[in-house]
Design a protein around this ligand. Sequence first.
Ligand code: HEM
Length: 363
Amino acid sequence: MPPKPAWDQYGEYLAIDSILNAQHPQSMVGGSAVHDEMLFIQFHQIYELWFKQILFELDDVLPRLGADTVSESDMQPILTYLGRIVEILKQMESMIDVLETMPPQSFIDFREYLGTASGFQSAQFRLIETRLGLERKTRLCVFHGQFDDNLKDSTKAAIKDAEKQPTLFAALDRWLARTPFVHLHSYTFANDYRMAVYDMFAERINIARTKLSGEALAAELEAIEKGKQKFEGIFDEELHAQAVKDGHWRLSWKALQAALFITIYRDTPILQAPYALLTQVMNIDALLARWRLRHALMVQRMVGMSLGTGGSSGYEYLMATVTSHRIFTDFFALSTYLIPSRALPPLPDDIRREMNYTYTTHR
Ligand code: HEM
C-alpha cells in the first residue's frame, strides 16, 4: 500500500476529526445561537485535556516517590513531571483571561442550556485533588451529605479507588520520614536546632534587658517567652502528636523534622534535589489555590451571587475552597520555625562529609 499523504497522517495521529467534531453549542440547536457558547464549551474541553495530562504525570510520579527506595535516577523524572504540572497550572490560571472576554450577558443567554451541568462534576478534577492528597474529611460540605453524593457512579468509584492509593502527600511524608542525616551516629538535628533556638532567644533577652525597662521590658520578655513556647511544638514529639490531632499539622513528626532540615541545609549538594521537590510541591499547592481564586472571581463576574448550576452557593463556596482545600500548607507553615542564618547550628564535620558527593579522578 502507498504511504498515506502527510496531511492525512497528521489528522489521524492526532484524532483531529474527533476533537473538532466534539463541540455542540445547544443554543444553535435551540435556534437562537449565542456566539460565546462555543468558547465556553471549548474552554472546558481544553481544561479537561490539561487535567488528563496532570493525572498522566501523577501516574508516573506517585509510584516512584511512593516506593520503599527512591533512587537518584527516579528524582530526575519526579522533578521533571512535577515541574510540568506546575507549568500547566500556570497556563490554567492565565487562560481565564480569555474566558473573561465573554460578557456576563452572553453567559446568561445560554446558561439555561447547561441544566445542572457544572465543573463540580468534573471527575478528573476530583481525581487530581484526591491524588494530590485532599482528604474527604477536609472537603467543604455542599449538599449536607458527602461531596460526591451527587456524582455519577463511575466517578464515585474512581474517587474511592484513588482514596485507597498512596497520594502525593502520603508518599512525600513517607519519603521525608526516611531522610538519612537527620539522625546519624551521635548527631540529632532536633537537639542541635533546639540549642540554637534557645541561644537566639537568650540573646534577645540580653538585648531586651540592656535596652528596656519596666512595662516595656516585661512585655518584651513575655513576647520572647511565647516565641520560645511556639518552637516547643516542633521539638517535642508528644506536643506534635497533639497538634496533629487538633488539625494544626498533617505531616508526621519525622517528616516535619526532615523538611526543616532540608529547608535549612538546602545548599548541601545531596539536599538540593529534595529541596527542589519541596519547592515544586509548594508551587503546585499555591498555583491550585490561585486557580481556585481566579475561577471564583470569574464566576462572581459572570453570575454575581447566584447559586451554581451544580447546586452550591456559587462564589461563596468557591472562595471558601481557596483556603480550605489546600493540601501542602505544612510546608508553608514551616517558615514560622526558621531562624536567621547567623544563628543556625553548623553541621558537624563528619555529617557534612557524608552528605557531600565525592568525585574521584582515575588516572
Ligand atoms: C462562565 C464560566 C464558569 C462559571 C459561571 C462557572 C461556575 C461555577 C460554579 C458556580 C461552581 C460551583 C459549583 C456549582 O454549584 O456549580 C463551579 C465549580 C467548578 N468549576 Fe466552574 N464555572 C465556569 C467555568 C469553568 C471552567 C472553564 C472550568 C474548567 C474545567 C471550570 C471548572 C470548575 C470546577 C473544577 C469546579 C469545582 C470546584 C470545586 O468544587 O472546588 N469552571 N463553577
